[in-house]
Write a protein that binds this ligand. Structure first.
Ligand SMILES: [Zn+2]
Ligand SMILES: [Zn+2]
Length: 206
């Protein structure tokens, strides 16, 4: 059963009204964008509703490609990156997501949310530090390290309702160095910051 463009629009309406396919869980990074409202929807949720009414047996990357072929825009959210500084805002809030090719790994964060997050931790620590291992890149590398840090998402996107995503720069985002950032993402959902801090402490005691 191959859904049409209109089937997908209908599935988006259903999802918006609260329908979910069976086994629908936390969406990862890919979203399909409604052509009129510009709202991003979880791929598995939409594809599931438009086809088998379950997410079982579906692959979001494959389904994103099919949705793209039907003429929908695909976006990626919630990934750390300094690539492609082309973020966008919608309505009054801070949103994130950027246009991508499904097969490429270009993505980006809302630069305003990032700035607000960095400012908060800079004031708290007196300098820009990883919130796990406390490394400060300007101290290690000098001038070229100024302002360098990754930003990690603390709040799963589904906790925000799964569609439009408004960011609280302090509650939802946290600065991490690339090492700590990679380590929290060693599982999905990611380790908490407290987890990672305790792992580091354990090692220091050995
Ligand atoms: Zn770190
Ligand atoms: Zn992250």
């Amino acid at each position: 059963m191959k859904p049409t463009y209109n089937d997908i629009l209908e599935a988006m309406d259903k999802f918006y009204r609260g329908d979910r396919p069976k086994h629908y869980g936390e969406p990862r990074h890919l979203r399909v964008v409604h052509p009129k409202s510009n709202k991003p929807y979880a791929i598995k949720g939409i594809w599931g509703l438009a086809t088998t009414n379950t997410t079982k047996g579906h692959n979001s990357t494959e389904d994103a490609r099919k949705l793209k072929n039907l003429g929908f825009k695909i976006v990626v959210v919630g990934l750390p990156s300094v690539l492609s500084p082309k973020g966008f805002e919608r309505n009054s809030g801070l949103y994130e997501g950027a246009e991508i090719q499904v097969t490429s790994n270009k993505y980006e964060r809302n630069p305003k949310a990032r700035k607000a997050c960095l400012k908060h931790y800079q004031i708290k620590d007196g300098s820009l530090r990883c919130q796990c291992c406390k490394v400060d890149f300007s101290q290690t590398y000098g001038e070229i390290g100024n302002g360098f840090i990754h930003i990690h998402h603390l709040t799963p996107i589904s906790a925000k309702g799964g569609t439009g995503y408004e960011i609280d720069p302090v509650k939802d985002l946290i600065p991490l160095c690339p090492n700590c950032h990679a380590m929290v993402h060693r599982k999905n959902p990611p380790y908490s910051i407290e987890n990672l801090v305790s792992f580091i402490k354990e090692q220091q005691h050995n």
